[in-house]
Design a protein. Structure first.
Length: 314
């Protein structure tokens, strides 16, 4: 009996040590994110997502999150742009415009034009839609579910231009791209608003990457389109899915300095959509099918609708 108890104690002690090591690793990754954010000069409003009513997590919760990140985030962030009008939403309501929570620290509204100092793509006798990011041949930092989409171009292109929100959240037996995105994001330690909006944005990015043409490129938000650094420097594909152009630029130049697996695990844990806690983000249309709420759509399709939680700075 004593021998069994001793074995249990040793197993428990080993598990505690592993959790502590993972927590230290996540804190190290968070420090790297802070360095990247500081080097990128992100607006303070973009690095603090407090307007959704969610409280900063306790040390115990952060420790649990670190365990979830390290064990389940072989899946990396999938955040890219989406053009207004590409996702169906109910027209039953006409919500007021997004308010002052989307103002920068200087009091001026944030917009894609803010990033014009990042050497945006210039048309060098090539159509903008035909200029793809310069990625490595082998991708070690993107989820297997998403990466497999690039091997099944026929099924990706057979997927509809407008994905079903329900299929992105819960999977599909018929729509390959929606199902692969669901599988890539289902273990992310984030809430459904972030999961759905990330999935919707990723959907259009992969559509364009797998069939470069004017139509899918037109669905990407301006701030999500490649900057010169992405077109001129070889880099892991996962960087192309980062929301902020300033972060993409910095990561493309310095990704070799970081453990990208750890950095993106912490990034996912910290990613937030500026949406009130508990507020509905889906609603039925006239055919009783679930569609994205218009106000939610207007939030996640704007760069200022996203932020990083306090965990990325503490």
């Amino acid at each position: 009996m004593k021998s069994v108890t001793k074995q249990h104690c040793k197993a428990y002690e080993k598990e505690i040590q592993e959790l502590r090591a993972e927590n230290e690793a996540l804190q190290s990754a968070q420090q790297r994110i802070r360095q990247i954010v500081c080097a990128s000069n992100l607006d303070k409003n973009e690095t603090l997502a407090k307007c959704d009513g969610r409280q900063p997590k306790s040390a115990e919760v952060r420790s649990a999150i670190s365990h979830a990140c390290l064990h389940h985030t072989a899946q990396y962030p999938a955040v890219s742009g989406y053009q207004s009008g590409s996702v169906g939403y109910s027209q039953n309501e006409s919500p007021p415009p997004i308010g002052s929570s989307f103002q920068s620290s200087s009091g001026t509204p944030l917009s894609p034009a803010k990033f014009t100092g990042l050497n945006p793509v210039r048309d060098l006798n090539l159509s903008l839609w035909s200029r793809l990011p310069l990625n490595f041949a082998q991708e070690l930092y993107i989820s297997e579910s998403l990466y497999s989409c690039f091997d099944r171009l026929d099924l990706v292109q057979a997927s509809p231009d407008e994905p079903s929100p329900v299929e992105l959240l819960y999977g599909s037996s018929q729509k390959l791209l929606a199902d692969r995105i669901h599988k890539a994001t289902r273990f992310w330690p984030i809430c459904d608003p972030e999961r759905l909006s990330s999935g919707l944005l990723t959907y259009n990015m992969i559509k364009w990457l797998t069939r470069p043409s004017q139509e899918p490129f037109g669905r990407l938000l301006e701030f999500q389109r490649p900057i010169n650094d992405q077109l001129q420097r070889p880099h892991p594909r996962c960087i192309d899915f980062v929301m902020w152009p300033v972060l993409r630029a910095n990561l493309v130049k310095a990704f070799h300095k970081y453990d990208l697996k750890m950095v993106f695990a912490a990034f996912i844990c910290s990613l937030r959509i500026r949406w009130p806690w508990g507020k509905s983000f889906l609603q039925p249309d006239m055919t009783n099918s679930w569609q994205v709420h218009k106000e939610f759509y207007d939030t996640f399709t704007r760069i200022e609708g996203w932020g990083l939680s306090d965990e990325s700075q503490t």
